[in-house]
Design a protein around this ligand. Structure first.
Ligand SMILES: Cc1cc2nc3c(=O)[nH]c(=O)nc-3n(C[C@H](O)[C@H](O)[C@H](O)COP(=O)(O)OP(=O)(O)OC[C@H]3O[C@@H](n4cnc5c(N)ncnc54)[C@H](O)[C@@H]3O)c2cc1C
Length: 510
């Protein structure tokens, strides 16, 4: 292969899934004025995992950072806007059968004090409305099937994520990366060559060609072909507190009035997602194979989405849940499923991908590729995984389903981190949770608002009690005023389908 002799660093990325192309785009954009040469190798025979259709607001930051406009990528990837996630049937507590985890908006600052106060009062056993949905703008927008883009006269920022076709996002990012100078090689890598010190020196393809490099990025998916198989970096499983290891996926038809949220419904042995794209709805059931066969999971999902008698084919996947001990080892960085995976309950995988690559670029800019700054980098990435893991585990601790062995064993599981134990203790003893989250510095992954929504959304409160002067506390927050405020704010937003420019495009009516 011809190489530009002026280029100093030759970076070779193995894998052309979302992780590979996000890595390639971040690097080529960040280092446009540096001497780097980037090659991405992918095997069309192996293919990509092809799922992963929901994001957090972090994906918007990524597209903004590489200078790509929504108006360009969203239509090409059948993408929709996402205000947050509804959790349905996780809690059996009356009034808490569903709740919404909103992405933040600036106007939340006017309601969070009232919301936090009411959760504090309810934690003391006094009856007040401390379910989160009435307080937050994004919850209202989702309930109204409105998108998160305000009219011009609404001066407050609203955060949002996206839903998209994972395959099309990969294709889109590939085109952008190639336009910007990333070399794309389609070949299967069979061998990895190493120097005596263990550094990788080249990847040998099936045709016998060796693609040499100075630095390698493993984006080969669950295989972890470089970092796990060749460099043997240990993998730390999260199976002791996250039981789910399998998924089954099925598409259904989209309706005309497109929703603007992900819906996560608790099932017998896990949970099912419903993700609205412009052309279809993505559905999947994430479950534990220790409690449920693939066949039973498929039948339960088919019944859930009314496809029992349909011949629409389902896809079955296995998931390896956990993380590497080190994400950067020798001259190799792992990004994406090769570095670890946490079940997609809060759609956080691409969040971790974007954070890993952005942190790596910043570390290299400060310290170079040689490895100074590597330990601190690995510590930060591990911290990111642990904080997200704790938040996901909390869903399994706080829900109140006990109808199957799966839910009962989840409820009995006490393999909780110290961080999570402390959060639960602070909540149940009525102390200030925001202060604790800041003290533990965990707000970088989930803010106090997210934790308050999670704990209160499941109705994780004591039974109601007789408390002296209870009415004095109960009447401090005027819910009528909050309802009115959120309703008036929501008037500045249009229907989601309209924001996507999709009116009357032949979707099935509701
Ligand atoms: C059930 C499920 C649901 C998910 N939902 C979400 C979600 O809602 N939100 C979210 O953010 N994430 C989600 N994810 C995660 C998301 O799918 C992945 O993080 C994302 O797609 C990145 O995958 P990847 O690029 O690391 O791996 P892959 O897509 O598997 O890509 C691997 C690449 O490596 C190449 N490759 C491997 N070995 C070789 C070789 N020897 N030679 C050449 N090429 C090779 C393959 O050809 C492919 O191009 C989900 C994952 C699963 C399993």
């Amino acid at each position: 292969m011809s190489r530009d002799p002026q280029k100093e660093q030759r970076i070779v990325i193995l894998g052309g899934g979302s992780a590979g192309w996000i890595t390639a785009n971040t690097m080529i954009h960040s280092w446009a004025d540096k001497a780097v040469d980037i090659t991405l190798i992918e095997s069309p025979d192996i293919g990509t995992v092809g799922v992963g259709e929901g994001s957090t607001p972090r994906l918007k930051l990524f597209f903004d950072s590489i200078g790509v406009a929504e108006s360009d990528w969203m239509p090409r990837c059948n993408a929709t806007f996402k205000n947050g996630i509804s959790f349905v049937n996780w809690s059996t507590r009356p009034g808490f059968e569903r709740y919404f985890h909103p992405f933040a908006s600036q106007i939340d600052q006017f309601v969070t004090t009232g919301f936090y106060f009411n959760t504090y009062v309810r934690r003391r056993g006094i009856e007040v409305d401390a379910q989160p949905d009435r307080y937050f703008l994004s919850a209202r927008l989702s309930a109204n099937r409105q998108g998160p883009k305000p009219n011009e006269n609404f001066p407050f920022a609203v955060e949002y994520g996206y839903h998209f076709d994972a395959h099309l996002v990969g294709e889109y990012l590939k085109d952008i990366a190639k336009e910007r100078g990333v070399e794309h090689v389609q070949a299967r890598v069979l061998e990895v060559e190493q120097a005596p010190d263990g550094d990788i020196t080249g990847l040998v393809t099936e045709s016998g060609e060796t693609i040499e490099g100075d630095f390698f990025v493993d984006c080969s998916g669950f295989r972890g072909a470089l970092i796990q198989k060749k460099l043997e970096v240990p993998f730390r499983s999260f199976a002791e507190n996250l039981f789910n290891d399998s998924a089954v996926v099925l598409p259904t038809e989209q309706v005309q009035n497109i929703g603007s949220e992900t819906i996560s419904t608790a099932m017998k042995h896990g949970w099912a997602w419903e993700i609205p794209l412009t052309h279809r709805i993505g559905n999947g059931y994430v479950y534990s194979s220790a409690f449920c066969s693939a066949e039973d999971a498929e039948t339960e999902l088919r019944a859930h989405v009314s496809l029992l008698d349909s011949d629409v084919e389902a896809r079955h996947l296995k998931m390896k849940v956990g993380r590497l001990e080190q994400h950067w080892h020798k001259n190799c960085l792992a990004v994406g499923l090769s570095q670890g995976f946490i079940e997609p309950l809060e759609a956080t995988a691409l969040n971790l991908v974007c954070n890993t690559v952005a942190d790596f670029v910043e570390t290299v800019d400060k310290h170079g590729f040689a490895g100074d700054g590597r330990d601190a980098f690995n510590g930060r990435v591990n911290g990111g995984f642990e904080k997200i893991r704790d938040y996901i585990v909390a869903h399994y601790v706080l829900n109140s389903r006990r109808d199957t062995e799966y839910w009962r064993q989840n409820a009995q599981n006490r393999n909780l981190s110290d961080t999570l134990m402390k959060i639960l203790e602070i909540w149940t003893t009525g102390k200030n949770l925001s202060e604790e989250i800041e003290r533990q510095k965990i707000q970088t992954s989930y803010t106090p608002m997210s934790w308050y929504c999670l704990l209160s959304g499941y109705g994780y409160y004591p039974d109601l009690q007789q408390v002296p002067n209870a009415e004095k506390y109960a009447s401090r927050v005027d819910l009528g005023e909050i309802d009115d405020f959120v309703r008036r704010c929501a008037m500045n937003f249009r229907a989601h389908s309209e924001q996507l420019g999709l009116r009357g495009q032949g979707l099935r009516g509701q």
